[in-house]
Design a protein around this ligand. Structure first.
Ligand SMILES: Nc1ncnc2c1ncn2[C@@H]1O[C@H](COP(=O)(O)OP(=O)(O)O)[C@@H](O)[C@H]1O
Ligand SMILES: CC(=O)N[C@@H](CCC(=O)OP(=O)(O)O)C(=O)O
Length: 336
């Protein structure tokens, strides 16, 4: 905040601190008038309060734009170990809901699943970013995602004053799909009970959102026989955004966004086209868990989801910054 707006605001709106306006010259820049330390401290407090008001005003257009709109947010398991950042992220979700957005939270938990598998003596194995899922692995996936992570997120949202409901096989399942195989060098490979989402309980999700309840959905779906399938959480978020015709899809992960070089955090691409994403997958600069994430982004763009963003969940309030400020953070993926 510059001295200019501080001085101007004080004159426009005289307040208990208004005598401090005498500290400003005609250009509203501080001049040396011999103000005491107390007066200077007071001035800093007012300056800070006005800065906060300015931030709220900056958000006004965005609050109007997104009121009653559905925004699907995918929370990656990689963020969950950053306890303070996770808390700040959930505060952002509660804030969004309070100002009229209809957030839907889809979460993964890849790291926690891998740890639980190792504790059970199973070494995790991934094919093109998807976990090979035999029946024992599926049991662990369901247990970790529903009993641990989903419950924890719902509890945290409620402790922050929001309302949330976990939707999954142990409560009310709302995602349905079928099994997939991955394609490696033209060969379809069976990776076990891994699926994709084809259908959802739209009515239930819309009703919950309308009632001010944040749906919290883990990356599991039911197949037509009622069996469960492990689904990559990025592809779940993309399917939910597509099927609900959401306004925005935001991926919250442990990277500043899409990096030109995955090992260099300074190589952030703030805006990238679908074409460029294809090239980066082909030349190997998008790898591992970023492959399903970017594929999910491309699929969502094709399906007409308005805006797609990747933001850094390790940075406190990155979600709010992305949605409610002009500058934004992270990477925006746009059509060609
Ligand atoms: N070009 C890239 N830019 C950013 N991250 C990348 C890139 N290529 C690979 N990655 C990896 O993808 C990871 C994010 O995917 P993932 O681990 O599945 O996260 P999440 O659990 O949040 O979904 C990053 O931590 C990074 O190691
Ligand atoms: C099929 C498949 O790979 N499923 C994922 C589901 C969890 C997930 O995607 O978690 P993140 O978002 O934290 O990566 C898995 O088992 O790890």
């Amino acid at each position: 905040m510059s001295g200019t707006s501080f001085g101007a605001n004080l004159v426009d709106h005289p307040c208990p601190f208004s005598q401090l306006s005498s500290l400003f010259d005609g250009n509203w820049l501080p001049v040396n008038t011999g103000a005491t330390d107390d007066e200077m401290e007071c001035m800093t407090m007012v300056d800070e309060a006005i800065r906060k008001a300015d931030v709220l005003i900056e958000a006004l257009d965005y609050i109007r734009e997104f009121r009653t709109r559905m925004v699907v947010i995918k929370l990656g398991g990689s963020v969950m170990e950053h306890v303070d950042a996770l808390q700040a992220f959930l505060e952002d979700v509660v804030f969004m809901e309070t100002v009229g957005v209809r957030p839907i939270l889809v979460h993964g938990g890849g790291k926690a699943i891998s740890e639980a598998m190792r504790r059970a003596g199973i070494e995790p194995h991934f094919v093109q970013g998807r976990r090979y899922t035999d029946p024992k692995t599926l049991e662990i996936v369901v247990d970790v995602l529903t009993r641990e992570i989903n419950r924890d997120i719902v509890d945290k949202i409620e402790s922050l004053g929001g309302w949330a409901m976990g939707l999954h096989a142990r409560t009310t399942n709302c995602l349905f799909g079928d099994r997939i195989r991955v394609d490696e060098k033209g060969e379809p490979i069976d990776i076990g009970r891994v699926g994709r989402v084809k259908r959802l309980d739209e009515n239930r999700l819309r009703k919950l959102c309308h009632a001010g309840i944040v749906p919290v959905i883990p990356s599991i779906c039911a197949d037509e026989d009622g069996g469960l399938l492990n689904v990559n959480a990025d592809t779940v978020a993309a399917a939910v955004a597509r099927l609900l015709r959401a306004e925005k899809l935001v991926f919250v992960s442990d990277t500043p966004g899409l990096l030109r070089d995955a090992s260099d955090e300074d190589s952030l691409l703030s805006s990238v086209s679908a074409d460029e994403c294809h090239r980066m997958i082909d030349d190997g600069s998008i790898s591992a868990g970023m492959i399903p994430k970017i594929e999910a982004c491309l699929e969502s763009l094709n399906a007409g989801v308005g805006k797609i963003h990747l933001v850094d969940g390790r940075v406190r309030h990155s979600l709010l910054l992305e949605i409610y400020t002009e500058s934004g953070v992270g990477t925006e993926i746009h059509p060609d």
